[in-house]
Design a protein around this ligand. Structure first.
Ligand SMILES: C[S@@+](CC[C@H](N)C(=O)[O-])C[C@H]1O[C@@H](n2cnc3c(N)ncnc32)[C@H](O)[C@@H]1O
Length: 288
């Protein structure tokens, strides 16, 4: 049976990125900015001249991978970054971006994060998982798989969709599900575009200024925001059980948009980061 998540991201790699843009800018933000990692995971004491291993789980078209690899390279860190994703076309875009920047420290792997243990990739000092766990039938099992390959002193940068930040999304998703649930992806997209044109200015989605993927991120943005089959939001990150499999609670080692912990990058960074929606990273809209 086809995996609908894989099918979606193979047809519509997300977020849409053009490797040629690497010559013009570096996309930076949260989770996984190097300053955020050092602050929240390592209490500001990490020495990035020492070896550092990071896993980008569900790396998509490469935003987190490219940002972190570039930041570590700039600090001359002997790093290894493992990019993992289900979608070959997404990986292709991420690889082209890395090659455009001459980044050598990235290992690209295609597969599911649920199979991490069997992949024998070793332990990681840091794991980025941005906009991925809510796609799984059992997000807690995904988190447990990540915890299994995290070193004892390491931490995770996590983003899951937030119910309140995505106000308006679920109304439109529901309408589209009723109207076109059996359609092929291209027909669903056509339906969504037609519906979007007819939404009144009072519609919740129209009035939510934090959501823009349906306006700016092409087919991939519309599909990701409005045509996913399931409700997938969290009221806060702690609904996703952040305890370890043995019951130890250590949310202080988590950072990212879904929880309380968030680095005010606009105050800490000496480098520019992405525009108005700071400090969120990619186009994975409505995180918190
Ligand atoms: C919304 S995109 C986010 C991409 C990237 N993390 C970012 O923030 O730009 C979700 C990605 O997770 C990947 N994905 C979903 N389920 C996965 C799984 N079980 N294992 C690995 N990747 C998965 C999809 O293929 C897709 O590229």
């Amino acid at each position: 049976m086809t995996d609908p998540v894989r099918e979606q991201y193979e047809l519509y790699p997300y977020p849409p990125r053009d490797p040629r843009d690497e010559a013009k800018r570096l996309i930076q933000g949260s989770p996984s900015h190097i300053l955020e990692i050092n602050h929240y995971v390592f209490g500001g004491r990490r020495d990035f001249t020492q070896p550092f291993r990071a896993l980008i789980a569900g790396g998509g078209t490469g935003d987190g991978t490219i940002m972190l690899a570039q930041q570590l390279q700039d600090r001359h860190c002997p790093a290894e970054i493992v990019y993992l994703d289900l979608s070959e076309p997404s990986r292709g875009i991420a690889e082209a971006r890395a090659s455009a920047r001459g980044l050598q420290s990235i290992r690209f792997v295609t597969g599911s994060l649920l199979e991490l243990t069997a992949m024998r990739l070793g332990e990681f000092d840091y794991i980025d998982c941005c906009g991925v766990l809510h796609h799984l039938p059992d997000p807690a099992a995904g988190l447990a798989a990540l915890r299994h390959v995290l070193s004892d002193s390491g931490g995770i940068g996590l983003m899951v969709y937030g119910a309140y930040g995505r106000t308006g999304v679920y109304h439109v998703q529901e309408v589209l599900r009723h109207l076109g649930h059996q359609d092929a992806p291209a027909a669903k997209l056509d339906l969504a575009r037609r519906l979007l044109k007819q939404l009144p200015p009072t519609n919740w989605l129209q009035r939510n200024p934090f959501l823009g993927d349906h306006l700016k991120a092409g087919d991939a943005g519309i599909y990701d925001l409005l045509l996913r089959g399931i409700r997938d939001e969290y009221v806060d990150g702690l609904e996703l059980d952040l305890r370890s499999p043995v019951g130890e609670r250590r949310p202080e080692r988590c950072c990212g948009r879904s929880g309380e912990a968030r680095l005010p990058l606009d105050r800490c960074s000496d480098e520019p980061h992405r525009g108005a929606r700071s400090p969120g990273r990619g186009g994975a809209g409505g995180g918190a």
